[in-house]
Write a protein that binds this ligand. Structure first.
Ligand SMILES: Cc1ncc(COP(=O)(O)O)c(C=O)c1O
Length: 421
């Protein structure tokens, strides 16, 4: 018989009770205050003299998140023999469960219902689930931009090659001058064969904030399925899928939400879920119970429950700081960078300048300085980590753990390079 103590440990291990109740959590630092950006920065293990500006590739996780994952993994190892597979006990080892509590915690970040959220492994997996799950035929068109991340275009290109659907990549400008021109490009391109529009909410390389709500509004009366690729959005800017009006939204919380790598989120609206077949099938591939919603799209076999516990901890951390404050800080820091670069003669911003299209990602370069060299100079002079995204420019992703001093140091180095280049 399972003892109550063992059962509580199982609940903890399954992420259904807070770990702190049974583990020796590290004592909180004396001035624990999520409103204090210095305290917030101190929660990250990136050394204090290093400035991490590559959140667009992968966020840095706060201690709270990595400890939640590590503690949970240890709990599993210690209690693995206790689980008896009785149906009345919570799913423990394998991650086959519905994860209703976690999905309910995540849903408000989308302004969605818990059942509309599927836990995947990254944004690419979500796009694949939509691209493969829809009934499409040779000649059916999918519209996207000419600036998609490989993870958002690959799934459609595969169907194009295999089944003859048509993928149209619309040139939107590098960068576009204003949102209206982008909306026009999409509305003009819609044809009677258009079945799907899949657009990024924020593009990967230039950080263009796309007018997704207007594009979805043009698609809806024509019954065109809309997927928004929000890999760069969750944890950076607030998301409201209902006001965007998209049918599906895929995202990677290991970037700006600072969740453990290996977590993804896919929203599919209640009224479109029946149109999406499961791609990866296990026991519930054919579960069309409306109460279970997108659980049908979580059928990929054994999963890592510890990563899901870490995802929950990342949502808690994000909420403790506050979505609006985070968004404001991201914009303050990136505006400081944009303004500073604008005042440097030979610095060039490749990202949009239209205020409705800007975000925490600023892609920039210096005439005469190759992108990889600029990246190396920033690192070797002041340990500032940006990412060179082509031979001319670097992408600098400012998140709330960055500081005004780090931005100013970036600008100082840029000024020095323009003098010496
Ligand atoms: C806009 C966009 N879409 C999709 C992806 C793919 O994300 P993942 O590799 O986490 O699936 C990325 C990754 O950088 C991205 O920037």
């Amino acid at each position: 018989m399972m003892q109550r103590r063992d059962f509580v440990r199982l609940l903890v291990a399954a992420g259904l009770l807070p770990i702190a109740k049974t583990t020796k959590a590290a004592a909180p630092p004396p001035k624990s205050d999520p409103r204090d950006w210095r305290w917030v920065r101190a929660q990250f293990e990136v050394p204090a003299d290093e400035a991490y500006f590559n959140t667009g590739t992968l966020g840095s996780r706060p201690r709270q998140v990595s400890e939640a994952v590590a503690n949970h993994m240890r709990e599993i190892e210690q209690t693995i023999a206790h689980f008896d597979y009785r149906p009345e006990h919570p799913e423990y080892l394998a991650g086959y469960g519905k994860q209703e509590e976690l999905r309910a915690k995540i849903a408000p970040l989308f302004n969605a219902k818990a059942r509309e959220i599927a836990l995947t492994q990254n944004a690419t997996m979500g796009t694949n689930f939509i691209a493969n799950g829809l009934d499409l035929h040779a000649g059916d068109e999918v519209l996207m931009t000419d600036q998609e991340h490989i993870g958002n275009k690959g799934p459609w290109e595969l169907r194009e090659k295999r089944e003859g659907i048509v993928v149209r990549k619309l040139p939107i400008g590098t960068p576009p001058s204003d949102p209206e021109s982008v909306v026009r490009i999409f509305t003009d391109a819609i044809s009677p064969r258009t079945r799907v529009i899949d657009v990024p909410h924020i593009t990967s390389k230039l950080g263009i904030v796309m007018p997704v709500a207007q594009i979805c509004a043009a698609a809806r009366p024509r019954n065109i399925f809309t997927l928004v690729d929000g890999a760069q959005v969750i944890g950076q800017l607030r998301i409201d899928v209902k006001s965007i009006g998209c049918d599906a939204y895929t995202t990677s919380p290991h970037k700006w939400l600072l969740a453990p790598v290996g977590n993804g989120l896919l929203y599919v609206s209640d009224d479109r879920l029946r149109d999406v077949w499961a791609t990866l099938a296990s026991g519930n591939w054919n579960n069309y119970d409306p109460a279970d919603g997108a659980f049908r799209l979580m059928q990929f076999g054994t999963a890592n429950l510890s990563l899901l516990v870490g995802l929950g901890a990342a949502v808690d951390f994000y909420n403790s700081i506050g979505p609006q404050r985070i968004e404001q800080r991201v914009m303050e820091l990136s505006n400081r960078l944009r303004n500073g670069l604008n005042s440097i003669d030979r610095a060039r911003i490749a990202s949009p300048t239209h205020p409705a299209m800007t975000c925490g990602i600023v892609t920039w370069g210096i005439d005469g300085v190759p992108g990889p060299r600029l990246m190396d100079e920033l690192w070797s002079r002041r340990k500032i980590r940006v990412r060179s995204v082509d031979e001319h420019v670097v992408r600098q992703s400012s998140h709330f753990y960055n500081t005004a001093e780090e931005i100013d140091a970036t600008l100082e180095i840029a000024r020095g390079l323009t003098r010496n280049a």
